[in-house]
Design a protein. Sequence first.
Length: 198
Amino acid sequence: MNQPGDLVNGFNQTSNQAQVRSKVSRLPAIDVTQLTPEQAAVFESIRSGPRGQVRGPFLALLHAPDIASSIQSLGARLRFSGQIPAGQREVVILVVANFWKCNYEWVIHEADARKAGVQEAMLDAVRRGVPLGTNTPEGLVHDFTLELLTTGTVGQELYALALDCLKPAGLVEVNVLIGYYTMLALVLNANEVQPPAL
């Protein structure tokens, strides 16, 4: 296991700034040897938590450590101890990634979706960005997410089906997942954060 301060986004501290900067091409690179106390606290919280490393949107968010702290806490709750099953969660995230054309989110979460057992047919449906009209749990979260993103609301019939399937707490979690990963997609896209090679 890495020791505190050894790695940032898979780069050794001795990696040159150009390597780190190429991962976030629009913001100045953060030198991990010169983090502010606030940045260091967030960095360590992320590195020692379920993510195990600091990468992706957190490369950009570390520039605003108070915001990064709140965002990473919510994200860890949603991603690693959420109520809805992993396959459904990953379908929601991939619909968001596809909608916002966020390559980073797609690359990371396509791999996570496969690990969670999401079938290739579902991945293809997400890529096409069209409603499925099915009542399976993955189909319902797919259609719910897509409709909310494309229209800004969800029709009563689909809402009722999703509520029956997910129950109130699960449906709220899906709503928050959509908002959370939309926020991350926009941070990733605006700052041109590139996905790691898997």
